[in-house]
Ligand binder design. Structure first.
Ligand code: PNS
Length: 164
């Protein structure tokens, strides 16, 4: 049997506004399977964000600093163009619930039809199945405690942002 020596590279794309413990869980588990993981932070100038692209990338870099095979890149435009630029054949997306599936399946099939890029779905860990960046922001804006939902570095930035 001939064993492939190719580096197995995966992308974890998202907007990560901000990165949550749920995202981090998927990134960590993906990094345990693939040789290299690129967390791809989407830039969408038409969408209002709490954190700009630099801040979102910095937070991901901070919370993945202990994962030597993970790095962060930003991208604007199609995910498939990003994958082709970095020669990435696999996208890994987290799935929290069946409600995520329909949209994610559509994107996966579109990305496959555009560039032959495969998408693998990773189920969220049960303790994060309700978690989203949007809900974290909503709870934090109204003064709720999100300590258990985001990494400490993100919590600090949220507090600073909302103290303004
Ligand atoms: O899960 P998210 O955070 O909403 O994902 C955002 C992101 C950046 C992954 C998604 O919006 C995306 O793929 N944007 C790139 C545009 C694109 O490729 N569109 C066609 C996908 S079928």
């Amino acid at each position: 049997m001939v064993r492939s020596l190719a580096v197995r590279l995966a992308a974890c794309p998202g907007s990560f506004d901000p990165v949550t413990n749920g995202h981090l869980d998927v990134i960590v588990r993906t990094a345990a399977i693939f040789d290299e993981v690129i967390v791809a932070v989407g830039v969408n100038k038409t969408k209002a964000r709490m954190f700009d692209t630099d801040e979102r990338c910095e937070m991901i870099a901070e919370v993945t600093a202990d994962l030597p095979n993970v790095r962060v890149e930003r991208f604007e435009g199609l995910t498939t163009d990003f994958c082709q630029k970095f020669d990435i054949g696999v996208i890994v997306k987290g799935l929290r619930a069946v409600s995520d599936f329909e949209y994610e399946l559509q994107m996966a099939q579109m990305n496959h039809s555009l560039a032959g890029v495969e998408t693998l779905f990773m189920h969220s860990s049960p303790q994060y199945s309700f978690l989203s960046s949007s809900l974290v922001k909503e709870v934090a804006i109204w003064g709720g405690d999100v300590t258990h939902l985001v990494p400490p570095a993100v919590l600090a930035r949220l507090k600073t942002r909302l103290a303004r």
